[in-house]
Design a protein around this ligand. Structure first.
Ligand code: 5GP
Ligand code: MN
Length: 314
């Protein structure tokens, strides 16, 4: 990986749609690192950078459009391993060059390029840190802060089971390299807009238990978003509330995105591999955190997810 990054001069950096902290942190870290090495980068994400990550240096340079007609030496996919997860636009884009993939999700299809996929890595940011170390160039505070954000958010602030000794030692090395962890935690956990709490109050009211309390679910409707003035990006982390209830093994968040269309976020704290459940519905993710999209009304969608969960819980 380090050799490929060294050889190229111009890079297109992409991550998955609905980007999370790891997708954005890794993208901005790679951009900063390569630019400090004198290379050209273009940052692409089909969706907007969620506001809580917008404080990172370079966040405003993430474009929602690919540069027509431009050609890159290489395209790097971060935190995902298929063109499809990046969006249709990349599938049509001809200037991609060599494909490089750095990810920590279990692969579903065979990835379209040279890969570094390690499912034991807590975050793509953790893998990138290793790549930068192999490359041998200086890791600046700006790069370190972006990587730290990715690692911190993907481990739920070092609470989830992916918080390995390795993840903690990379975090320590990043702080040593100048990552501003105080800034990152303040911006992510202590600067919520009030609308988030108005919305949260409504969403917690929907809390429902299934399968003897082993599954807990909450729902976000478009109406709730409209009436509280909250954008859907403010629902990030809501699934952690049902997840944190005693006895709950699987937490589910249903988010209505359109008429008869729901985004489903799944979190597991135990033996249930929610990545496999998400795959049944053409989604994906990790054993402990996954997502998918289902079509139908709320009760039909809920029934489908719960019946699959019932099977695996038995
Ligand atoms: P979230 O519930 O936060 O949207 O996603 C949880 C995890 O599942 C993330 O690691 C995310 O990358 C993955 N994920 C969510 N939705 C999808 C999907 O539709 N397809 C795939 N392959 N992965 C997903
Ligand atoms: Mn990740």
């Amino acid at each position: 990986m380090a050799e490929l990054l060294r050889k190229g001069k111009s890079f297109l950096i992409c991550s998955h749609l609905n980007p999370d902290g790891d997708a954005i942190g890794s993208s901005l870290a790679l951009a900063a690192f390569l630019e400090e090495e004198g290379k050209e980068v273009f940052l692409f994400n089909r969706d907007n950078v969620p506001p809580m990550y917008a404080f990172l240096t370079g966040a405003s340079r993430v474009r929602q459009r690919l540069p027509e007609g431009q050609r890159f030496d290489a395209t790097v996919l971060l935190d995902c391993a298929t063109l499809e997860r990046v969006g249709e636009e990349l599938e049509r884009f001809e200037g991609r060059g060599r494909m490089i993939i750095i990810d920590h999700h279990p692969p579903v299809d065979s990835p379209p390029g040279t890969v570094l996929i390690r499912t034991d890595a807590a975050a793509t940011a953790e893998l990138l840190y290793e790549v930068f170390r192999s490359y041998g160039a200086h890791i600046s505070p700006r790069t370190a802060t972006a990587l730290y954000l990715g690692l911190m958010t993907d481990t739920g602030s070092f609470r989830f089971s992916n918080t390995t000794p390795k993840a903690l030692s990379v975090a320590a090395a990043l702080v040593e390299a100048g990552a501003d962890h105080g800034l990152v935690t303040r911006r992510i956990y202590e600067e919520f807009p009030p609308e988030r709490f108005r919305l949260l109050a409504r969403v917690l009211d929907t809390l429902t238990f299934f399968h003897e309390g082993k599954v807990a679910a909450v729902t976000v409707t478009r109406r709730m978003l409209d009436s509280t003035g909250a954008g859907h990006e403010l629902t990030e982390g809501f699934v952690d509330y049902p997840r944190s209830i005693r006895g709950v093994e699987v937490a589910v968040l249903f988010r209505e995105v359109d008429e008869q269309q729901y985004r489903v976020s799944l979190r597991s704290r135990g033996r249930v591999d929610v990545g496999r459940i998400a795959q049944i519905f053409q989604g994906g993710g990790h054993p402990n955190a996954a997502g998918c999209t289902l079509w139908g009304d709320h009760s039909a969608v809920q029934e489908q997810v719960m019946s699959h969960l019932k099977e695996v819980l038995e």
